[in-house]
Design a protein around this ligand. Sequence first.
Ligand SMILES: NC(=O)c1ccc[n+]([C@@H]2O[C@H](COP(=O)([O-])OP(=O)(O)OC[C@H]3O[C@@H](n4cnc5c(N)ncnc54)[C@H](OP(=O)(O)O)[C@@H]3O)[C@@H](O)[C@H]2O)c1
Length: 267
Amino acid sequence: MSCSKVVLITGASMGLGRDMAEMLAADGWTVFGTSRDPERYSPEGRQMLALDVTDDASVRACVQQVMQRAGRLDALVNNAGYGLSAFAEEASVEEIRAQFETNYIGVHRMCRTVLPIMRAQGHGRIVNISSLAGLFGTPPSAHYAASKHALEGYSQTMRFEVAQFGIHISVVEPGLTKSAFRENVAEPAEPLAAYDRLRTHLREMGPRSEERAHPSIVVARTVRRVLRARNPRLRYTCTPLDWMAAHLRCWLPERAMHWIVRKVFGV
Ligand SMILES: NC(=O)c1ccc[n+]([C@@H]2O[C@H](COP(=O)([O-])OP(=O)(O)OC[C@H]3O[C@@H](n4cnc5c(N)ncnc54)[C@H](OP(=O)(O)O)[C@@H]3O)[C@@H](O)[C@H]2O)c1
């Protein structure tokens, strides 16, 4: 049984989740990370468990293992996710379902499984990794943005419901961050030729955007900040630029926001 605080981080094999796991382990947490293929990873300072957030039995088995090994669960970071890089019209219903199965329903599966444990403990923290796309979508990721908007609404509402049990819900909203995310995006099975000009333009922009992406460590620092806070807020951005982007959306008139996006994305 563990005497240090215990955190479970979904999707900790690479990218943002791996950085969070390393940073929280260095901060004294007992860290459980997950992967669909945990045998491929043997990180120091944390235990890797098998987890596919789209599978009920896998979620139950993963949380059971944490409880068997550590006897408690103080925090859950719902980080596992991927992007569907498809224009709104060209994504099939199956592709949209798969996007929501991981990014939204997967988070709900995790919450539904850990909340009884946290309620019994009388405390707990859940940090959901959303995105600036959860506040404002840009092409070609309408369904990714929709899944993260859903996650925002879910987290904001659940925060009211579980506060009475001593459980805090927060969302972290990273902007463009360096990771394998863009290599792991799902492409539409049936791309529409009508969008080829825009697709090519956005692909050409890719390397420049990648240069502007911030290092994944800034997201890990933000998650650590949420977990250290006495009274964590609902929403956290990760850099001053992301904070500005999140707030411009509220301050600027709709037309101005659209003008900026059209200029930046060439639409
Ligand atoms: N990178 C960005 O620019 C950015 C910006 C905003 C928000 N985000 C969000 O940050 C989170 C992490 O993304 P990342 O950039 O670190 O991407 P990444 O490098 O592609 O890592 C994705 C992680 O999710 C896990 N995963 C994917 N599908 C899963 C499933 N069905 N069940 C369990 N685990 C699954 C993967 O684990 P295995 O493959 O090992 O199973 C991997 O560890 C995502 O929620 C993403 O939407 C990223």
